[in-house]
Design a protein around this ligand. Sequence first.
Ligand SMILES: O=C(O)CCC(=O)C(=O)O
Length: 379
Amino acid sequence: MIAEKITVDSAIATADDSQQVQVMLMLDGGHQCEMALMPDAPLLKELFQALTTEPENSESKLFQIPIEEGKGALYFPPASLVAIATDPPVSPEIIKEPQPFETWEDIAPDEPVHHLEWQLNTYHKLEKLSPNYGKVERIPHVSGPEFLERFYIRNKPVIFTDLMDNWKARSLWNPQYFKDNYGHVTVGAQFNRESNRQYEWYRNKHQKMVQFGEFVDQVLQGGETNDYYMGAYNSNFSREGLKGLLDDIELFPEYLTDTKDIHRTVLWFGPGGAITPLHFDPLNTFLCQVYGRKRVRLIAPYQKHLLRAYGNFFSNIDLENPNFERYPQLKDLDIIELIIEPGEVLLLPVGWWHQVRSLEVSISVSFLNLAFENTFDDL
Ligand SMILES: O=C(O)CCC(=O)C(=O)O
């Protein structure tokens, strides 16, 4: 093909000649086309864009450039532009290929939060395909790495049946033992819980100090009730007078940090009928059942949006009496119900909702000092 030079109608540039840039376009087949443009002319940007776009990504458009004082026009597709020469050189800003994601953020709104719910429901649906869905395994202890792999990192509850076999507490602890050996010690417990459904949220109002012996009498004589409980936040393992109780429990060397941590170990003691309302913990914990049995109702974290959560960790839903009329979404809730027996240890994985009822007078210990990463983002 014969090389041809076309001079373009400079009417497309502005009148201020001194600022104009002389632009020479080299086209396929040796054609050249010369024109004068302002350095910030949109056409100049588009030409550079055509030059830097891969042919397969270039739009199916034609450049149309007036020639011969507007009597004619030169048409060419972006892909036929081979090079651009300018005098003087133009700023790199004009040459820079546009970054699609810089502009995408401006035009795409944030995803509505209900899209997260779609994702959570999808995980739930997939999990339900498993024949083991909703079952919590009961197993003898496994090595630390196996526990990590099979349960901890998978955020999967499990019950260990033999972890407490070497605990003196298993044979020693009962209400009478507490009274006989620690009855004189002042301990923390919650009272008057039946006057207020949100007794965990308003826990400070209900927390009182009492002689351990008096509390034992109340538990033994009061029958089934949720009115008083030595539950969360009692700090009783930190009390000097109760230090002896720590000698009766053992750490799980493969799963827990290697010293007894009085600030991250909790003593639970109360009558049948004591209820810890529905909540989740922002870390993994072990609930170790020493005496009596507890019913635990569990809800997987991906059902959180059904639970009317408040105060970061709590829910207004009572899993023992779900109010389907008021909260119709509860029909989609899958409640995993299990009973932990004396000597069993339940891993309550981070984020799992749980509501716990003591089925009879009950004593438990929970550990928060797991040996694996157990600190997560603040809520
Ligand atoms: O045993 C209980 O009453 C509740 C235990 C519990 O909720 C927990 O350890 O987080």
